[in-house]
Design a protein around this ligand. Structure first.
Ligand code: ADP
Length: 499
């Protein structure tokens, strides 16, 4: 409720009945609500129980004098306006009362008009005081709100992962989050008012200036990708937009800088992958096409038997093409996450033996001896059987492919710290140290005289590494050129999917 809606409250403390009642009458007619007290003690009681707008206090009363009443009430309600009523003889005391906080005094005798005038004046002053007080409280509240708003805004800006800063029309920094400082490696904190030309790289400044230009043409956002550090070390995406006030005038510009390095690297990897695939597909297709042209032109005569070698080669090349396509499909399914796995307890010796049986023919063809050694009480592992079979098949078929005639293959499996270690060793061609590091990359094949005639896609090891990684396992190789290689896979016994 505001003061206008309620009646002004007047307290009259006077021991003189006539005076008391006279004043009550006058002010009731004036629209006041009047409370009277017939002596000082009662005045203090009435006056302290609630706040009055104006209090009229007689200076001279038999029990408590007016000055004491004033002091008590003033202590409780400092904003009430106090007026002393005094006989002419008490003027000095009345003056003293004003020093103790009375608004004024009014000497007896007075006319109703006089007292109405004085009290109304006091009421006006009181209203002003209350308004000022409310205004001040309101301002303090607003200030508090603004400061809370500011700190909230700062918290939000600081927690944005991108670099974000605001510049004004004079090209000065108004605001910058810590990410901005980190990105540009500022030696000290950016201060509001710093010129962007002194602290930001020219690429960023140009973007902001371009945004200033474009905004005039009605374009609201300019973006620019910038390789901050060469060779895909750091690529950022910068966006600048105008900051406007409620009326639409531009106050400055907000720029955000997002690190898009990972995305760019992925993009580059994908393009590289596509170009490698195209390259790998091209060679067998070109070879088969060459053979077919020879046959089509009957270059070796009309007899089909004369083309036997070409047909064999074509079938071989086509088979390697099918293998490649299958590997590629496998990779893409895995990357798209569309492979379904069924985790079961798998006994390693089972899978090794089954695979060996399948590859037995090839081993016999080349006179390769096979041996396997399994630690006693070897635990089963939680894996998808097909995936694990793929790992073992790949390692065994490589051990055959890159072996020597009449060579040997040994498989050993043992248990250590909750993991199974499965090692596949061969006494084949082996490989140099520098090749060992690159082996698990897609399409990586070691190229030398010994490997030239061995068919392959260069994808097998990268696929099995992907599988093993997905079980939180790992794969490693130890090898010596000309001596042979050992590939060791370590897989946790209990299934724990990759985070
Ligand atoms: P692929 O055998 O189809 O070429 P992989 O990814 O299985 O593809 O192997 C990549 C390369 O690693 C092979 O081309 C080969 O040069 C080398 N490599 C793999 N296994 C062996 C091994 N047991 N001995 C020697 N080299 C190997």
């Amino acid at each position: 409720m505001t003061m206008d809606e309620i009646r002004p409250q007047l307290l009259v403390v006077d021991d003189e009945l006539g005076m008391r009642e006279g004043i009550r009458r006058i002010f009731t007619l004036e629209g006041y609500e009047v409370t009277v007290a017939e002596n000082g003690t009662e005045g203090v009681a009435r006056g302290t129980e609630r706040e009055f707008d104006v209090a009229l206090i007689d200076l001279r009363m038999p029990d408590l004098d007016g000055l004491t009443v004033l002091r008590r009430l003033k202590e409780k309600w400092p904003d009430t306006e106090y007026m002393m009523i005094t006989a002419f003889a008490g003027i000095d005391t009345a003056v003293e009362a004003t020093r103790h906080g009375a608004y004024t005094y009014i000497p007896k005798p007075f006319t109703p008009d006089q007292i109405v005038f004085e009290v109304n004046r006091a009421l006006g002053k009181r209203r002003l005081t209350v308004e000022t007080r409310e205004l001040r409280a309101e301002q303090e509240h607003r200030l508090l709100e603004i400061s809370q708003e500011k700190s909230r805004l700062r918290t939000i800006i600081n927690s944005v992962s991108d670099a974000l800063f605001v510049t004004n029309l004079e090209d000065e920094i108004v605001l910058a989050n810590p990410q901005t400082r980190a990105l540009f490696d500022f030696p000290s904190n950016i201060k509001a008012g710093d010129k962007i030309s002194d602290i930001l790289p020219v690429e960023v400044i140009e973007l902001i200036h371009e945004a200033q230009q474009k905004t005039r043409e009605g374009i609201e956002l300019v973006t620019h990708e910038w390789e901050m550090r060469k060779n895909l070390e750091l690529v950022v995406n910068m966006k600048t937009a105008p900051v406007k006030d409620a009326s639409g005038s531009i106050l400055g510009f907000v720029t955000t800088i997002q690190d898009v390095t990972q995305l760019k690297r992925l993009d580059a990897q994908k393009s590289q992958f596509v170009s490698m695939v195209a390259h790998e597909l091209k060679a067998p297709v070109a070879a088969v096409s060459g053979y077919l042209e020879t046959m089509h032109g009957r270059f070796l005569g009309e007899e089909i038997g004369q083309y036997g070698k070409m047909i064999d080669r074509s079938l071989e090349r086509l088979q390697s093409l099918i293998d490649l396509v299958n590997d590629l499909l496998n990779i893409s399914r895995r990357e798209l996450g569309t492979t379904r796995r069924e985790i079961v307890a798998v006994a390693v010796p089972d899978v090794v033996e089954n695979t060996r049986e399948l590859l037995q023919g090839e081993m016999e063809k080349r006179g390769i001896a096979f041996s396997a050694e399994y630690e006693d009480a070897l635990p089963t592992i939680d894996v998808d059987r097909d995936e694990f079979t793929r790992v073992i098949t790949n390692l065994l078929s490589n051990a055959i492919k890159y072996n020597r005639d009449n060579g040997a293959i040994a498989v050993r499996a043992r248990h250590e710290n909750g993991s199974l270690h499965i090692a596949v060793s061969d006494r084949g061609i082996g490989m140099k140290k520098e090749d060992q590091e690159l082996l698990f990359r897609q399409f990586y094949r070691i190229k030398n005289d010994e490997t030239r005639s061995i068919p392959g896609t260069g994808l097998g090891l990268s696929i099995i590494k992907q599988i093993v990684d997905s079980y939180r396992g790992n794969i490693s190789v130890e090898s010596q050129s000309g001596e042979g290689s050992t590939f060791t896979v370590r897989l946790p016994v209990k299934f724990a999917e990759q985070a």
